[in-house]
Design a binder for this molecule. Structure first.
Ligand code: SF4
Ligand code: SF4
Length: 355
């Protein structure tokens, strides 16, 4: 009973904190137009004093069928310079990234094999006890404690549910264990269009929760774990990310809270690469074409500032106020607003070119 009260009190304090307007300092974000390994080193030089001890570089090794992920050539000089380890976690949906052995095999096939690779949740979970509005615990890989600094190396691009996926998502979803990912996706049930279904049976076979039936097409909402596998697999796009606005907002809140707990407990610095900016995430097997030209690479020690600067640059390049809303029907603004409200960084920044 006492524990329950403490959790409720903690959640209340967390919610109230969310409504306090934090006096925003101006953070620094470094920028280069040079999208290469050398460009990464240039921006890294500006934040290197914050990188200490054993270093992990958190990347996405790429999905089969999606060419937009950040190629190893970009991070290689940095990883070699720091004798760092590439880190990732296993995913919810089926495919090579679901299991450690096949995940590492895929990483090597995509050219990341020149450095050590550590799948952080390959030997279980680390539990972070917390009291955020959505969570009382956050689940990440048990190998988190092996590293003193994490360089969160993120591809800034669209995301069907969150609006965009950048550093916040790379921390939250990228470092969460499979059960942590499930906790963020839970009750995100895709929409579906029965008239498009050609009854190939793929979704029924691949759904890890046995939630789909196809005569007619239907998802059992009590079983669905929101993994997104069906969106990825269906050959005729009969599924799509739910258009329910609350669901998208809730997903973004969950992402931000996961990122907050993990960034409060670990030491992170951030590098965002603005290239191949598709409306879709790198986990999508059928990502659409980039909607704007390549922009550059940013680095910062402030999570909110680097996301805000990245979003502003994409909007500027696309000549509109909200590029992701325009291209995929989802705004990413809420993600940044909520992170700023939780005191995770500053939306005010100074962009300093290093070219
Ligand atoms: S129905 Fe739900 S659990 Fe099954 S594949 Fe789709 S999102 Fe995943
Ligand atoms: S994968 Fe798509 S087309 Fe095939 S059965 Fe499922 S919904 Fe129908």
């Amino acid at each position: 009973m006492a524990m329950k009260k403490n959790i409720l009190f903690g959640a209340l304090v967390f919610l109230l904190a969310g409504h306090i307007v934090f006096a925003q300092k101006t953070s620094t974000v470094y920028f280069t137009k040079d999208i290469s390994g050398q460009g990464v080193l240039k921006v890294y030089q500006k934040i290197k004093d914050s990188v200490k001890g054993r270093v992990a570089v958190k990347v996405h090794f790429g999905e089969e069928g999606n060419k937009n992920y950040l190629k190893p050539e970009l991070s290689k000089p940095l990883v070699e310079l720091l004798k760092a380890t590439y880190v990732e976690t296993n995913v919810l949906y089926s495919g090579p990234r679901q299991k450690t052995e096949s995940h590492i095999k895929l990483a090597k096939a995509h050219g990341f094999g020149f450095a050590p690779i550590d799948i952080l949740d390959s030997q279980g979970e680390k539990i972070y006890i917390c009291s955020t509005a959505c969570y009382t615990r956050v689940l990440a890989g048990s190998h988190m404690d092996r590293y003193n600094t994490f360089i969160i190396f993120s591809h800034f691009k669209g995301h069907g549910l969150a609006g965009f996926g950048g550093a916040i998502k790379n921390v939250a979803m990228g470092l969460a264990s499979r059960m942590g990912k499930r906790a963020m996706h839970a009750d995100y049930v895709p929409d579906y269009d029965t008239s498009k279904c050609i009854r190939c049976g793929t979704c029924v076979k691949q759904c890890p929760a046995g939630a789909i039936s196809i005569n007619p097409l239907k998802i059992d909402t009590r079983k669905c774990i929101g993994c997104g596998q069906c969106l990825k697999d269906c050959p005729v796009q009969a599924f799509e990310a739910s258009r329910d606005r609350i669901s998208s907002e809730l997903f973004n809140r969950r992402l931000v809270e996961y990122a907050k707990v993990l960034s409060d407990s670990n030491h992170f610095v951030y590098i965002n690469v603005l290239a191949n900016i598709s409306p879709d995430c790198d986990c999508s097997g059928r990502a659409r074409k980039p909607f704007t030209g390549d922009i550059g690479i940013l680095a910062s020690t402030d999570l909110v500032a680097i996301e805000q600067a990245s979003l502003d640059l994409v909007n500027q390049a696309h000549k509109c106020q909200d590029a992701f809303l325009k291209e995929s029907g989802r705004s990413g603004n809420m993600q940044i607003e909520y992170a700023a409200r939780l005191g995770m960084g500053s939306r005010k920044y100074k962009l300093i070119g290093v070219d």
